[in-house]
Design a protein around this ligand. Structure first.
Ligand code: K7E
Ligand code: CUA
Length: 625
């Protein structure tokens, strides 16, 4: 999204090239800092592709999960600039998240989360720019509203879900955001059973969290009982496969102990294919047995609900092609990925074409039939070692990350030909393509989300950033054009065209319905009801009103701050020293913070967010007698 037109960009690039040539005095072939072996022309071309001139805007947003930081990070592409941090499962003093009453309540007792897979809301299988969902291993999903980039709801911990890794993938109409247990446990939660009884007494579950199509509000949809495997990743079917959702699973041995050995005994693990439309119907009929406070549907009693598709050992990603015709899944330690043909899967289901056990009977796992691998696979594509995750372009090309090879392979759906491979530095996990999970990927860019960054940046001590690498995929050969660095731990990211997001920068006054909103400094002040004190506070450049107030020791104090600004970027903060209070109020917003006045004395408060030349004058005194 170049604001000032291409001419200016080319002129800027000419500048880069000229700089490169000047620097060339000591390194004749490459600009200063370019990797060994790069020529001026390679580096200049790459620079031209990713250069976003000062004042220009990126064309894409990348929303990357922050792993066990519990946050989401927003980057611009192709520049790789970090634009924003969206606090989700962890307090974040920079925006006061987790300190004000509402966000504190939303976080509850858990002040950390482990986020893995962001999912942008979809309409007809395309990102619609409305919401962003993100899972937490502690059995939760959060919804971020992309109108203001704020976390609006956290659902969970959802009963029976343990280690919510296979999440927060959405169905093509955002009917559901799904969850799957990584760690099977005895359910309901709270039951203690020895690990020796794992195979019989532990269970996994797959859950559909219903999303209200208007408000995005999440509620419990359905839950399905699953054998005690480890469920890993998921993806919803689309177009021809719409109505189904797929999850990889490992440890189908139902083993315990050192899984790296004990779960490597069989030839194959499974991809679970779940008919979510049937689950929805069954849930509507009241099917299921209440476990842990919610109805859990048993697939053994409801044929057609779940099938297992045999897959290479320890698969990670499962990915549905943009047309919905292929489901791609791989064993994590092998050199090929399998393309399952959805038509063949359906035929196998119709014909009851199941894997047979040693006695020649159809193989089931806790009552769930296992389809026959040979009947449902279309191809085994020799992508390279350690295929983890696949993304797609608009032209029938697929891009698979290879952890062991540390590379990305480009291959063609249908011909199954591997056409290109580019090394990553180092050990790529997921990869994300522009609009890559939709029915109409953009091509253009793929980001490799690498696990290690060793030697790619100025040293910062042992806790190193993660390296992401941007590939230009607009031509036949992929080109590595940029390294950039992210906060831990960008397990997965999604990339959306920037013009799909219509964010506000100010909360309009007329939308503020907070009961304690105070828009006139004359209405600011203190009211008392017994030992409960309410302080209506107004912040506007460059005064906090009231400028001082008194309470008594032991009072329960609620401060409601309204930032009455209606101007972009005029945020105000409220920090109260020694009381661990730090909130930030956006223009037009009202927030409350409640605390017990436990300490006597005089406590200065002040605006923490730089707002004007007299920001430093925005201060006052809390007196506790
Ligand atoms: Cu780290 Cu999807 Cu949780 Cu992979 S995840 S590489
Ligand atoms: Cu208000 Cu600084």
């Amino acid at each position: 999204m170049k604001i000032e037109g291409k001419g200016k960009v080319l002129a800027s690039v000419a500048g880069i090239v000229a700089l490169g040539l000047l620097a060339g005095r000591c390194a004749p072939s490459a600009p200063k800092g370019a990797r060994k072996g790069a020529t001026v022309s390679d580096a200049a071309q790459a620079a031209m592709k990713v250069y976003v001139a000062p004042g220009d805007l990126d064309e894409y947003y990348m929303f990357a999960s922050g792993g066990h930081s519990g946050q989401m990070y927003v980057y611009g592409l192709p520049s790789g600039r970090h634009l924003s941090t969206i606090p989700v499962f962890t307090p974040y003093p920079a925006t006061g998240y987790g300190f004000d009453d509402d966000s504190k309540k939303m976080l509850g007792e858990l002040t950390w989360g482990d986020t893995h897979h962001p999912a942008l809301s979809e309409t007809n299988g395309d990102y619609d720019g409305r919401w962003l969902f993100i899972n937490d291993m502690n059995g939760r999903i959060a919804r971020i509203d992309l109108r203001d980039f704020k976390t609006k709801q956290i659902i969970g911990p959802v009963p029976n879900v343990s280690g919510n890794h296979g999440s927060s993938f959405v169905t093509p109409g955002t009917e559901y955001s799904v969850m799957a247990s990584r760690f099977s446990i005895p359910i309901p939660k709270g039951t203690a059973v020895e690990v020796a009884k794992y195979a019989t007494d532990y269970k996994g579950v797959v859950t559909g969290i219903k999303v209200d199509p208007k408000s995005g509000e999440m509620s419990m949809g359905w839950q399905i009982l699953m054998p005690p495997f480890d469920y890993d990743l998921g993806d919803a079917g689309k177009l021809v496969s719409n109505g189904w959702v797929f999850f990889t699973s490992y440890n189908t041995e139902k083993a315990t102990g050192k899984l790296e050995i004990t779960s490597a005994q069989k030839d194959r693990d499974y991809i679970a294919a779940v008919d979510w439309k049937l689950a929805e119907q069954l849930a509507a009929k009241g099917e299921g047995q209440i476990i842990g406070g919610i109805k859990v549907i048993d697939p053994a009693k409801n044929p057609g609900l779940v099938y297992f598709m045999p897959c290479g050992k320890s698969p990670h990603g499962v990915d549905v092609s943009p047309d919905g015709k292929y489901v791609i899944g791989s064993g994590k330690l092998v050199g090929l990925t399998t393309a399952y043909n959805w038509e063949k899967v359906q035929t196998a289901i119709r014909n009851k074409d199941f894997t047979l056990d040693d006695k020649g009977a159809p193989l089931t796992e806790d009552g769930i039939p296992v389809l026959k691998y040979e009947s449902i696979k279309d191809a085994e594509v020799p992508v390279g070692l350690g295929p983890l995750h696949t993304q797609f372009g608009p032209d029938g090309y697929a891009y698979t990350s290879l952890f062991v090879d540390s590379a990305i392979a480009k291959w063609k759906l249908g011909t199954w030909e591997v056409v290109d491979k580019v090394p990553m530095s180092y050990s790529i996990g997921h990869l994300a393509a522009a609009e890559g999970d939709t029915v109409s990927p953009d091509g253009k860019w793929v980001v490799g989300l690498n696990k290690l960054s060793h030697g790619r940046h100025l040293t910062v001590g042992p806790s190193q950033p993660e390296s992401s690498q941007l590939l230009d995929i607009s031509e036949e050969k992929m080109k590595l054009v940029l390294d950039f660095f992210t906060e831990p731990e960008p397990h997965y990211a999604q990339i959306i065209k920037a013009d799909k997001i219509k964010a506000i920068e100010v909360y309009p006054k007329e939308e503020n319905h907070h009961p304690l909103a105070t828009w006139d400094v004359k209405d600011a002040g203190v009211t008392r009801n017994g030992n409960k004190v309410t302080v209506k506070m107004v912040e506007v450049r460059s005064t906090i009103t009231p400028t001082d107030f008194e309470v008594k020791e032991g009072d329960e104090v609620t401060i409601a701050v309204t930032n009455i600004e209606q101007t972009t970027d005029e945020l105000h903060g409220l920090g109260i020293l020694d009381y661990n209070i730090n909130i930030v109020i956006d223009p037009g917003e009202t927030k409350t913070v409640t605390f017990k006045a436990k300490k006597k004395g005089v406590f200065p408060y002040y605006c923490t967010n730089f707002c004007s030349a007299l920001h430093q004058e925005m201060q006052g005194y809390l007196i506790v007698r």
